[in-house]
Design a protein around this ligand. Structure first.
Ligand code: CTP
Length: 410
């Protein structure tokens, strides 16, 4: 969003105070945020608050023409890379759905050709009212994006659907709207995080994976238009917006979910650091210490990536990861071959700025056709974007090939 112009519309609901946080987040991301407030909005929050946070002018009146050579609502509409209205009240949505232009914000909405995001917020019964829902549907039909409200306690005292989407999630939603939909219509399953293999009710074997790379892949795949399932081991990361998260603990649980859903996926990305061994027996009671040493017998866990060779769909594109500390390229190529993946992402976990943990990654990607690509050190979300671009290119290649073959057979 850096250097983009975002027109932030604020309408008159109690959630208007949260628009200040949204303005601040967008400004910190480097966007030029120009605020347009309805008269109702100014009853809840002042224009000065928005001006102070964005360092940009704030508009409240359609007849406030500051520059005689320009027409404000057309100027604002043309300059916008995206228009976001947060909160959008039922009244505003009704007026917008009628194509009215009776204040500056509705006029900007009619005049803009930029994408529009509406983040409704209101009382639970207002949100469920058929007339409101028809109005919202009408706006969806013309291509407006709706950042759906959450369920929770509302300012009116009710609990239910109607809470404004959290400002950080609205920013993520806007990122999704602005991302080209290279994976539209694709189903992608991603595994992430470590697995835990129980020793007893209070102890387990695990590893240092934080899940960041897998979560970044899920977030980016959703932004690119895919329908995403994230099968996650235990991690301390917020579930990404728009992603179906299935939480698991052990390698066996992860395997069950992945294999059950494998055949319907266009792509599967095995970013999880699956434990290779588990204790042979799990004690139902906490093990008590005694004198002397103790050993735990370890048995191998099933290799999920290996098992995907049978379980995946005919055209599912499978990506594995390899976490290595030495002879990295040798082991990566070996895993690619032995596990039958189409693509393998090599992490040298000892390299600075690569491997486990939040922050950056630096990887080399190997393909089954013996080619490879280096992806330079950058934030994991950007690495995810590059990896998904490679996957979508190959999915497109498969589609083109299938089309050619069907033409041949005609
Ligand atoms: N993997 C898996 N099931 C396992 C172990 C690994 O599906 N039981 C997958 C990982 O998700 C990853 C790839 O296999 O995509 C390689 O994992 P990695 O831990 O690097 O290699 P291992 O096969 O476990 O071999 P080693 O630990 O000896 O390097």
């Amino acid at each position: 969003m850096k250097d983009m112009t975002i027109v932030l519309g604020i309408t008159g609901g109690i959630a208007a105070y949260k628009a200040a946080m949204l303005a601040s987040l967008l400004t910190k991301r480097g966007a030029k945020v120009i605020t347009v407030m309805t008269k109702g909005a100014t009853a809840f929050i002042t224009p000065l608050t928005l001006q102070s946070l964005t360092h940009q002018p704030v508009y409240t009146d359609i007849f406030d023409e500051r520059d005689p050579s320009r027409i404000t609502h057309i100027d604002l509409a043309d300059s916008a890379d995206l228009v976001v209205v947060a909160p959008a009240t039922a009244d505003f949505i009704a007026r917008a759905a009628q194509g009215m232009a009776d204040d500056l914000l509705t006029a900007v909405l009619l005049a803009t050709t930029a994408p529009v995001v509406l983040a409704p917020a209101m009382n639970v019964h207002m949100y469920a009212h058929p007339i409101f829902l028809q109005n919202l549907e009408r706006l969806r039909d013309v291509g407006y994006y709706v950042a759906e409200p959450g369920v929770g306690p509302l300012a009116c005292g009710y609990t239910g659907k109607g809470r404004l989407m959290e400002p950080d999630e609205i920013v993520e939603f806007m990122d999704m709207v602005l991302t080209p939909k290279r994976m539209s219509g694709k189903r992608v399953l991603i595994t992430a995080g470590p697995t835990r293999e129980r020793i007893d009710p209070v102890r387990y074997l695990s590893n240092d994976s934080t899940g960041t790379m897998g979560y970044a892949l899920a977030q980016m795949a959703w932004r690119m238009g895919a329908s995403v399932t994230l099968v996650s081991g235990p991690v301390a990361i917020k579930p990404p917006l728009g992603v179906d998260v299935v939480n698991v603990e052990s390698a066996a649980e992860m395997r069950e979910i992945v294999l059950a859903r494998a055949s319907e996926q266009d792509a599967i990305i095995m970013a999880a650091a699956v434990a290779d061994y588990r204790p042979g027996t799990v004690s139902e009671r906490k093990l008590k210490k005694d004198d002397g040493t103790r050993s735990i017998e370890l048995v191998k866990t099933p290799d999920i990536l290996m098992d995907l060779r049978e379980a995946k769909g005919r055209h599912t594109f499978v990506t594995g990861f390899a976490a290595e500390t030495h002879d990295a390229e040798f082991y990566a190529k070996k895993k690619l071959l032995e596990k039958g993946a189409d693509m393998l992402v090599l992490n040298n976990v000892l390299e600075p700025g690569a491997g486990f943990g939040p922050g950056t990654n630096k990887v080399t990607v190997f393909f089954a056709d013996d080619t490879s690509v280096d992806v330079e050190k950058q934030p994991k979300l950007d690495v995810a974007k590059e990896l998904l671009a490679m996957i979508s290119e190959r999915l497109q290649g498969q589609k083109d090939l299938a089309n050619d073959q069907s033409v041949d057979s005609v």
